[in-house]
Ligand binder design. Structure first.
Ligand SMILES: C[S@@+](CC[C@H](N)C(=O)[O-])C[C@H]1O[C@@H](n2cnc3c(N)ncnc32)[C@H](O)[C@@H]1O
Length: 361
């Protein structure tokens, strides 16, 4: 418990971070089943993959690491450079591998995120490079990517904008899964945008094979569409805008050490109610989206329609074409910007993202 500290939103804050949905669905709780009992251990040797994993899991559990069994297995797979489901076909690790595994476990025991140790985070069909300075993509964010991919595929050569792109996991997924698309990735933070660029470069060949184009913009998602800014020429032309913005209220303290100490603050906190960046993103999307285009925004489970003011649904429903917006896009001043505003649940059944369609104005 955290004494008087407010509860953080669940979701991005400390679930099975970075493990893909597939891993969660497959379940890891019986990972060591069928591998012999503890009494099979080699006693003094303790050097087989099984024994090393068992020992690591025990220590990670004692240290309160959230997913000890899975993490031990991921670290071993990384050290041995084999897929996780081939771990137990591997010969006894060499002394150098044992030492490397021990170092990795020690880092995890000190609550360095698994993905910072391995340097990779799984997301949909890809895994991206991550490390200090960039937010680790989470499984629940795969849902807004899914919404974006669907729209882009229908558009056949459509255009998308990923606001608050971080590692680029969402925008890259869109571009790779919707061949022939053009995707703009917008990231404000100096350190994070280096990771965006790195991942876009790393996936260059796959993007070319998909016939998709990706452009990285080091810019503020809130004003990137304003006159004279890089995306102003796309006004009313974009098929889909996706965003996983910072959305934790400033006063909240993430419970998970990994989040608190390793995810950048600029990626987490979004003002008093957490929705400051969401409000600005809504205006950017209002300018960029074509009539009928889709906005998909992730939010905390406490920012669903039952939140005070209706959460993100409330923000999007209440946005009208004010003087500033009317100067950038056609439409009747005062008209609502978004229609079909609906909130969606994540795989844990919690309110997690909002979808809205740009009205014709
Ligand atoms: C929660 S992270 C999401 C990153 C990535 N989209 C993902 O899902 O893994 C939010 C990202 O938004 C960036 N960010 C924060 N404020 C921003 C702004 N005003 N404009 C653009 N990016 C911003 C942060 O630096 C961070 O990389």
């Amino acid at each position: 418990m955290h004494g008087s500290r407010p509860r953080e939103p669940t979701g991005r804050v400390g679930r099975d971070v970075g493990l893909s949905k597939r891993d969660i669905v497959a379940g890891t709780s019986n990972f060591f089943d069928g591998l012999g009992s503890e009494s099979d251990s080699t006693g003094g040797g303790r050097s087989s993959v099984r024994d090393l994993l068992y020992d690591a899991e025990r220590r990670l559990t004692a240290a309160g690491v959230p997913s000890p069994q899975a993490d031990a297995a991921w670290l071993m797979a990384w050290v041995l450079n084999v897929p996780r489901n081939r771990l137990f076909l591997h010969d006894e690790p060499s002394p150098a591998q044992r030492m490397e595994f021990e170092k990795a476990v020690a880092r995890r025991l000190s609550r360095v995120p698994l993905q910072h140790i391995t340097g990779r985070a799984a997301f949909r069909r890809i895994d991206v490079a991550v490390g200090p300075g960039v937010f680790i993509p989470r499984p629940e964010t795969e849902l807004i990517a899914e919404a974006g991919v669907r729209v882009l595929r229908e558009a056949d050569g459509g255009t998308a904008v990923d606001l608050c792109s971080g590692s680029g996991a969402v925008g890259l997924s869109l571009a790779l899964e919707a061949p022939g698309s053009t995707v703009y990735l917008v990231e404000l933070d100096d350190a994070a945008v280096e990771w965006t660029r790195r991942n876009v470069t790393d996936f260059g060949r796959d993007l070319a094979a998909a016939g998709s184009r990706v452009e990285v913009l080091h810019a503020d998602a809130g004003d990137v569409a304003e006159a004279g800014n890089p995306l102003s020429s796309l006004a009313s032309c974009v098929d889909v805008v996706v965003a996983n913005p910072p959305y934790i209220p400033d006063a909240m303290v993430p419970r998970e050490v990994e989040v608190r100490d390793h995810d950048p603050a600029v990626a987490l906190f979004g003002g008093d109610d957490g929705l400051d960046v969401v409000r600005r993103i809504a205006r950017t999307a209002a300018v960029l989206l074509r009539p009928g285009g889709l906005l998909a925004v992730e939010h905390a489970d406490v920012q669903g329609p039952d939140a005070p003011g209706g959460g993100v649904v409330g923000v999007l429903r209440s946005l009208t074409l004010d003087e500033e917006l009317a100067s950038m896009v056609p439409g009747v001043p005062g008209a609502p910007v978004f229609g079909s505003v609906t909130d969606r649940l994540d795989l844990a059944g919690l309110p997690r993202f909002t979808l809205a369609t740009r009205l014709a104005g």
